[in-house]
Design a protein around this ligand. Structure first.
Ligand SMILES: Nc1ncnc2c1ncn2[C@@H]1O[C@H](COP(=O)(O)OP(=O)(O)OP(=O)(O)O)[C@@H](O)[C@H]1O
Length: 368
């Protein structure tokens, strides 16, 4: 656990970067610091590993005042990941990751073996270890940065805009991977971003900062969307926060209706919009059939939008956002519901999602 107690940082030129910060970062959780540029996120983060010392106030790590720790020793227990990964350009990828185990007294062989394990853990082929950082893509470099930060198995991980410099698809991938890693590793992660979507996706708790280094709100993503503390948070979280909030509500109450399907190559008496499926009943695409003589071929389909995931056996369902997206993105207006194996389980209508939404609004689960 990391505790900020009345922490203020004033730079020599008089800039107050962080102003009276009180905040508890829970162990084993992802806490995101988010806010507009210059609101003191990075300064707050760097005070945790003593790259910057507060002007006043106290930071406790597991109950101990970090001022009493020797900075290099403190940092051994705190991994640090930054934008562009910050890798050593003249060392191979493997040696970049092996640096920390070497520092902690492991032999070269042990350090490299550990580095290989870590590359695997972050989803990189071990062969890439022989390359130099410049020979990797931006996303791969970020993965190496994460592997290096994890090398000493630190309980705490500080991540400063680690995914900001990569394109949106790679970024999404890195975010998913961080969530997967975290589900295995249970680190105490403090993650800085200026992107509210990233904050909502990754954070167990999200701290919204305003310029002047003040904490505007500290809450779970769903609370932040449902009950922004003030106008600043509400505008920062965005006008489509109602829509984002749908991502936190499961669509278990939304009825799954019938849907017409036909296997590719087979015949059917159905007309109108039909889902063509493969031999395992997985959707291949939509067919708009005007007459029963139209062939059912897999090569002339209209691709369907996103799929709505339900698991009838487990009684679970995707989010309302997932259900609504599937209905709105489908050419037929019917969202395709699929089960855990990806097989067609039925259909979902936008109206049914909107009814569920109206109910959630009445109970205050999402903002009206
Ligand atoms: N060394 C410094 N000397 C003087 N002012 C500084 C220094 N470092 C940061 N600041 C100022 O402190 C404030 C907070 O900076 P900080 O980098 O913590 O913000 P941030 O929220 O991380 O911003 P960004 O998202 O743009 O990185 C800003 O006004 C910044 O200009």
């Amino acid at each position: 656990m990391i505790e900020f107690q009345a922490v203020t940082k004033k730079y020599p030129d008089g800039t107050v970067a962080v102003d009276g910060l009180d905040l508890v970062v829970d162990a084993g959780k992802i806490t995101v610091f988010v806010g507009p540029s210059g609101c003191g996120k990075t300064t707050s983060l760097r005070m945790i590993n003593r790259m910057i010392d507060p002007t006043s106030g106290t930071i406790l790590l597991d109950g101990k005042d970090i001022r009493d720790s020797d900075p290099p020793l403190l940092r051994r227990g705190i991994g640090y990941v930054i934008q562009h990964a910050g890798l050593f350009p003249h060392r191979t990828v493997l040696d970049n990751v092996a640096t920390v185990p070497l520092l902690t007294g492991k032999s070269k062989r042990e350090a490299r073996a550990r580095a290989s394990e870590l590359l695997d853990l972050v989803g990189l082929p071990v062969e890439l270890g022989k390359r130099y950082p410049v020979q990797l893509s931006g996303g791969q470099q970020q993965r190496v940065g994460v592997a290096r930060a994890l090398a000493a198995d630190p309980p705490v991980l500080l991540m400063d805009e680690p995914f900001s410099a990569v394109d949106p698809i790679v970024r999404e991938d890195l975010q998913q991977q961080l969530l997967r890693l975290q589900s295995e590793l249970d680190k105490t992660i403090v993650f800085v971003t200026h992107d509210i979507d990233e904050a909502i996706k990754l954070g167990d708790l999200v701290a919204v900062f305003r310029v002047g280094g003040k904490l505007a709100q500290y809450a779970t993503p769903s609370e932040l969307l449902a009950k922004p503390a003030d106008d600043f948070v509400s505008s920062f979280v965005g006008r489509d926060r109602g829509y984002r909030a749908l991502g936190f509500l499961t669509a278990t109450g939304v009825p799954v209706g019938p849907i017409a399907t036909v296997r590719a190559g087979e015949s059917t008496a159905e007309t109108g919009w039909i889902v063509v499926v493969d031999e395992r009943n997985r959707p291949l695409g939509w067919l708009d059939r005007t007459s029963t003589s139209d062939p059912v071929r897999a090569d002339s389909l209209v691709s369907g939008g996103s799929l709505y995931e339900v698991d009838g056996a487990a009684g679970t369902a995707g989010s309302l956002r997932n259900a609504l997206d599937s209905a709105l993105s489908s050419p037929s207006g019917l969202g395709i519901a699929v089960d855990a194996d990806g097989a067609v389980a039925g259909s979902v209508k936008a109206d049914a999602v909107l009814d569920a939404l109206a109910k959630a609004r009445r109970t205050g689960e999402v903002p009206a």
